[in-house]
Write a protein that binds this ligand. Structure first.
Ligand code: FES
Length: 96
């Protein structure tokens, strides 16, 4: 395979690493990332269950419109695609 664009991944400077909890799982993220981005990077896509049929739901629009990515932070429902992850945050899914 011919690489037309030089690989410059090692030149990217990432923001400071932080950790938060999603249910009982420790999630690593970089400062400035949304909760959704951090979860997806860690392979987590199932954020809640549909209230009608219980089927798994996850992010759809990724811009705060659909409410499919809602999770609980401190007992409050927030859109994970619009909420910045912070160190020590406790996030809970709405999975049953
Ligand atoms: S994915 Fe649509 S509001 Fe977050």
């Amino acid at each position: 395979m011919i690489r037309l664009i030089p690989n410059s991944a090692n030149q990217i400077k990432r923001a400071e690493e932080i950790c938060f909890k999603f249910d009982d799982q420790l999630i690593k993220a970089h400062k400035g990332e949304t909760i959704l981005v951090a979860l997806m990077k860690n392979g987590i896509h199932h954020l809640r269950d549909a209230p009608t049929d219980g089927k798994p739901r996850g992010a759809f629009c990724c811009m705060g419109l659909c409410q499919e990515c809602v999770v609980a932070v401190g007992g409050k429902l927030v859109e994970s695609c619009e909420t910045i992850a912070t160190d020590g945050l406790i996030v809970q899914s709405l999975r049953h």
